[in-house]
Design a protein around this ligand. Sequence first.
Ligand code: SF4
Ligand code: SF4
Length: 135
Amino acid sequence: MIGALVTGFLTTLKHVFRKPVTIQYPEERREPAPRFRGLHALRRYPETGEERCISCCLCARICPTQCIRLVTSGEERKVIDEYDVDLGHCLFCGLCAEVCPEEAIVLSPRYEASYYQRGETILRKSDLLRHGEGL
Ligand code: SF4
Ligand code: SF4
């Protein structure tokens, strides 16, 4: 009985002086792994600021849950007017990013995705471009 108590105390004592594995979120933020698949982002060319997306719609076609909605316009050179990603249905499989010929849509390291309203889980083009800043 006493032996078990001493073993227990010694185990506790050993862990008291260890570096904590928890962090003080949100003041501290953990760096995601390089291949982490977080929130979607639309990238621009850094030299010109032009959007990379060429409106080919491959991302929307390959999406297994059909949670990407695109609205395009233009004849010779199509432009994306609307680009929505419904996070409520997204699997974060990364197929949209894999298939994109221009590396325009990527899954960014952003992981904070909590919302108060269901409608907020749909990322609009402006959100996606904001997420893509610096990527
Ligand atoms: S990560 Fe997968 S499920 Fe989500 S939008 Fe891309 S293809 Fe669709
Ligand atoms: S994000 Fe990529 S795959 Fe999707 S429409 Fe634009 S260029 Fe095509």
